[in-house]
Design a protein around this ligand. Sequence first.
Ligand code: ZN
Length: 411
Amino acid sequence: MKTLIKNIKQLVSPVNEDYAILSDFKRLSVYENVSIVVNNGIIEEIIDNPNPDIEVSGVINARNRVVMPAFVDPHTHLVFAGTREDEFNMRIQGKTYMEIAKAGGGINSTVKKTREASEGELYEAAKSNLLKMIEHGVATFEIKSGYGLDTETELKQLRVIKKLMENMPVDIKATFLGAHEIPPEYREDKEKYIEILINEMLPAAKEQGIAEYCDIFCEEGVFDVEESRRILTKAKELGFKIRMHADELTPLGGAELAAELGAKSADHLVYISDKGIDAMVSKNVVFVMLPGTTFFLMSQKYAPAKKIAERGGIVALSTDFNPGSSYTHSMPMIITLACLNMGLTIEQAINAATINAAYSLDLHNKTGSIHKGKQADLIFLDIPSYKFLVYNYGVNHVSAVMKKGKVIYQR
Ligand SMILES: [Zn+2]
């Protein structure tokens, strides 16, 4: 079954099929006035307009839009109950963490509500948020657990992710994040919670086969480097691939640990050291940058994405979608923030939100660029050129999203 996507004004893709670094990271392939032939959901060829005589069973008219690969979001906390808009309102008035916690805010409020919610309620809420992210051009997701902090609820979250995988028309990778925080009931006995993570939660998640990655919040006051090493080493033994929340609030050395363990990605990295950058570069660990979180938390200090790129790091971008520190469905907004506040160029930010993000999820063979043999995972944009994606900010330019050759969203 062949489909022709005709009348593309500008077709934009990462140059590389696997990941983009250094000079390639600054480049994009740009074709003007072309069409794409899609065969059974797979990109077959790019041809010039007007089209030669080819036999197709369907035609999609791009109507002179810009077409590029659908975004890949490699770091989301999509499965949770409740929202935290009151806490947000306190935060912007300068209320302290303690005052917010006293008023019932903070991550513990999400944990409490997620524990109480039924699987069906969690699924409906996650689905609704996921659909909004698709509207903003994302067609491949990573989703973490991490708001249960007990075996039962973490598994419940992972089952919701599995159900999303089965029912939603996008690619999804699941990550176990039981080590997101120390649950209130073990605040005074962290060691006990680490034992539960190692001896009960990780084996249970493994046995059910519902998470490919294991993540951790390696941070002062949460899990230090030694504790993170213990938990992640066990995860590796069980066959999980590793992702990390590292060096977000303090320069703890999470980046170095990610390199030591051969993690797939280390994320946040606001306080990463030069040694940490070099260690991650040498092991091809992806640097997932989350400028939306820095913006939303009103911090002035962004992760050094520009420096990382200059040193040869694989830089990816993500929304960090979650109810506390980054409540946005918009990958285009993240791209704009990365350009304005992290010093990335438009081309670098697009590479980071597509091919490099796909590489961090081991999905670069299927998605993240427009190359023969990859899935036709595309977005159609109502703009005169790809540069308007960043330049004309705060607006959703996505008019349609295609996954594996099928239109899954159309405005
Ligand atoms: Zn996160």
